[in-house]
Structures are given as structure tokens and as C-alpha cells.
Design a protein around this ligand. Structure first.
Ligand code: SF4
Ligand code: SF4
Length: 343
């Protein structure tokens, strides 16, 4: 037996959540006529429709991490007086959020990010947003050439990080699989019991072996292959900004003689200033070292430290890279250079 919901009921659920004052984000077509989608507030329920479709491959340019780990975030404000500094910590987030129609590879990034945001100290704002967020994923019925979720142990109907998974049955109906209490509460009373069960899509073929990459990266740290592969990298950071798992940030004070604020902004290991010291020395002065760092961090350092690969195979880095790089291409080129036949 299964639980089903129609597209119309899904729109009604979205309207209901908006009326309750819940923030909602979903894949939205940004410019009609161009295949450019973003996870963003849909505005009204009917805008949701084609960005949330089982027809064709829709991959928003951004990832849902934007809503749990914002690009810019004020940590505290301060006012200066003659003999004192008046500090105010930023209030913790209070607004509930529903993420609707995320790809499983986007949701899977959240439990991976949890490791680092709960590591040596707990990031209170991130933790609060996680608690306030309900994630409803939509299983992928198709994929593009950049997808490699199955290579990192995920797949088109992976459940990690999701509160409820929707599997398309036909153009108008979804099978609902609640996965957590939050997901069950959201769909309670909205589903119909049926004997129809959705097929779980197969997804892309397995293309790379992350375990091979973990050891290879460590044993070939000084290889010239890194320079060869990354020669065309522009250092723009698009790969990191569109990646659901990249999480580097910088903290800066912005203010004047009267006061200001301390702000956390996204950063990227692909930027030349990322590791530059105050002395002017830069331990990663070449772009090839920065590219190597990105691969190394995702497939060696993070798995060694947390037991999780810092990549969900979503392909966003490859899809959006202006130089045609991206993690999958890089891994395949590394394998080829090593004469390694991937599975
Ligand atoms: S790999 Fe591509 S997206 Fe990333 S910094 Fe280099 S050029 Fe930019
Ligand atoms: S490294 Fe690329 S493929 Fe992996 S999660 Fe980030 S954007 Fe997706």
C-alpha cells in the first residue's frame, strides 16, 4: 500500500503553509523562455507547477544550503561610545521554512554539513534553522551528464536529509513517503491510500570510485597532473557557491567610528586570497593547489575526519563552471591520468 497526493493537493498544501506564515522555497523558473531555475520563494502556489515537474530535468542553479547557511549573515552589532563598546548578538532565526521539491542530492548535503556545524562548537543559527526547516524532496526521474549521485552512495530517491520524499507516479500524482515526524505532520490528512506504488528510478551509472579517490589523492599530492587539469580554472568560485556541501566562510567587521556589525560571508578555497597570510605569504599561491585542495577536502580530509564524503554528486559545479571543469570531470581526468578504469 502507498500514500498518494495529487498536484492540486500539493498546491493546496503550499497555499496553506503560506497562509500560516511559513516561508516556502521551491524550484522556480526565473526567466520565462530560459531554462534557468532557482530555489526561491514561489510567491504563489501556482508558480510552483512547472519548476516542480516530473517532465524533464530541472536543476536549480543554487542549492538549498542558501537557506540554512546564508551567503551573508550578521553575527553581532556593536556601538562605540567614549569609554565603552555596546555589543548585541544577532537574534536567532525564528521563521519556519518549507523546502519543497529539492533534489535528493541537495537534501543529502544537510546531514553532511551537520558534522562541521556541530564540530568543535555548535553553530547556533545553523542548528536553529535546521530545526525550523522541513525538507520535501522530489525523486529524480531523469538526470543529465553532470549527475553522479550513484557514485557517492546516493541515488535519485535517496532519503538522507529529507523529511518526506515524493515519487512521481504520473503527471498529476505523487507517492508520498514521510521519513521523519516533521514530514509525517506536514502531509497528515492530505494523502489517499492506494495500491499504486511508484517505481524508484535507477539514476546515472556509477562513474567513479570515491574510495579510490580518497587514497589516490593522498598518494599523488605532488603530481603535475593537478596543474594540467586545473590550467583552465578561472578561480571564480562558482563551483563552491553553487555546491550544496561547500561551507567555507570569512568573518569581517563592517563599521565606522560610531559602530557597525560583524558579518559572516561565504568564501571559497578557489579564491587567491583565501589562504593569503597577513605577511603576504600564500601557502596556496597557484590555482592548481586550490583545485587540488577542493578535491582533497571533499574526498580525503572530510571522510577521514567525519566518515562522510563532502560531495553528493549533484553535478552543480560541472553544470555551472564557465571553464568546463567541475568535480566529475576532474575525477575522471585524474583517473584517466592514473590509467585507472573506473567502474
Ligand atoms: S573550477 Fe570552474 S567554477 Fe570552480 S573556480 Fe575554477 S573556473 Fe570557477
Ligand atoms: S562538489 Fe560538485 S558534485 Fe559535489 S556536491 Fe559540490 S557541486 Fe555537487
Amino acid at each position: 500500500m502507498s500514500q498518494l497526493i495529487s498536484h492540486k493537493s500539493l498546491e493546496a498544501l503550499l497555499s496553506e503553509q503560506l497562509a500560516l506564515g511559513v516561508d516556502v522555497v521551491a524550484p522556480v523558473l526565473v526567466t520565462p523562455g530560459l531554462p534557468l531555475y532557482r530555489h526561491m520563494p514561489p510567491g504563489s502556489a501556482d508558480i510552483l507547477v512547472r519548476g516542480f515537474s516530473s517532465n524533464g530535468f530541472v536543476r536549480p542553479r543554487n542549492s538549498i544550503k542558501d537557506f540554512l547557511f546564508p551567503r551573508h549573515e550578521t553575527l553581532m552589532t556593536y556601538r562605540l561610545s567614549a569609554h565603552d563598546v555596546d555589543l548585541h548578538e544577532a537574534p536567532l532565526p525564528e521563521q519556519p521554512l518549507l523546502v519543497l521539491g529539492a533534489h535528493p542530492c541537495d537534501a543529502a548535503a544537510l546531514p553532511i554539513l551537520d558534522h562541521v556545524f556541530h564540530w568543535d562548537c555548535t553553530d547556533a543559527a545553523y542548528e536553529q534553522r535546521r530545526a525550523l526547516t522541513t525538507v520535501v524532496t522530489l525523486a529524480c526521474t531523469t538526470h543529465d551528464d553532470a549527475c553522479f549521485c550513484t557514485s557517492v552512495g546516493l541515488g535519485p530517491a535517496a532519503e538522507a536529509g529529507s523529511d518526506a520524499l515524493l515519487l512521481p507516479l504520473d503527471d498529476d500524482t505523487y507517492e508520498v513517503r514521510p521519513l521523519t515526524d516533521k514530514g509525517a505532520a506536514l502531509f497528515r490528512g492530505k494523502m489517499e491510500t492506494s495500491e499504486r506504488i511508484a517505481e524508484v528510478p535507477r539514476g546515472p551509472e556509477t562513474l567513479v570510485d570515491p574510495e579510490w579517490m580518497r587514497t589516490h589523492a593522498a598518494e599523488h599530492f605532488e603530481d603535475t597532473v593537478w596543474a594540467e587539469i586545473s590550467a583552465r580554472c578561472l578561480g571564480c568560485g562558482v563551483c563552491a557557491y553553487t555546491c550544496p556541501t561547500c561551507h567555507c566562510f570569512d568573518i569581517v567587521d563592517e563599521g565606522n567610528a560610531a559602530g557597525g556589525c560583524r558579518v559572516r560571508n561565504w568564501d571559497s578555497c578557489q579564491f587567491c586570497l583565501f589562504t593569503e597570510h597577513a605577511s603576504g605569504h600564500n601557502p596556496r599561491s597557484k590555482q592548481s593547489q586550490r583545485q587540488r585542495q577542493r578535491v582533497f577536502h571533499k574526498f580525503h580530509i572530510y571522510p577521514e575526519r567525519f566518515g562522510a564524503i563532502l560531495c553528493t554528486g549533484c553535478g552543480n559545479c560541472g553544470r555551472n563552471c564557465p571553464a568546463g571543469l567541475g568535480m566529475l570531470n576532474t575525477l575522471l581526468e585524474l583517473s584517466e591520468a592514473a590509467g585507472m578504469e573506473q567502474p
